[in-house]
Design a protein around this ligand. Sequence first.
Ligand code: NI
Ligand code: MN
Length: 226
Amino acid sequence: MKIIYYGHACFGVEIKEINLLFDPFISPNSLASNIAINEIKADYVFVSHGHEDHMTDAIAIAKNNDAIIVSNFEIINWFKAKGIEKGHPMNIGGSWKFDFGKVTFFNALHSSNMPDGSTGGNPGSFIVETDEACFYFAGDTGLFCDMKLLAEFKKIDFAMLPIGDNFTMGIDDAILAADFINCKKIIGMHYDTFPYIVIDKKIALEKFNNALKELILLNIGASLTL
Ligand code: NI
Ligand code: MN
């Protein structure tokens, strides 16, 4: 499974030639100016919630690739009204078997208005289970106790967790979240993009290391195989 970081909370995940894309926010992100959105391949575009910094490029990339957008019911309806017919609506606690694996739409403790102020339903996260690995894309969230359910019912190999603080969990709570979900391999996201979420990466890495966990901070445009 190949993971590519496109900055902020946006990742591409390649599973046996099927391309998933999570929370596309690239063209307004000055830190991601090295990424050309027209070159991004996506069969599925996942949107965790309605905030702009998670979906600005979703329509353009979905159109370029004739991709299916996967999100909550309200967000899929919002995209439909914008002319995106290929949507897969989900809601909290639901699972669906796609051609690449099984996806569960899980809680996130956050908010979810659309950029035009209309409702974006409830914010969510995605657990993706495939033949190769199981991962948790937490979206924007604070720490919450139900994350412990994931450790009870899933074997999570790695997780993308927000670490930038202020709008989401910070480093210390992300370490607790890693404990809650019983996963030692964490890919950091939602940091450095805006002044409120600038972190000291050296301290973040040290803290995870001291907690006997691995924090992976990818350069924008870099990829890794897990
Ligand atoms: Ni948000
Ligand atoms: Mn956000």
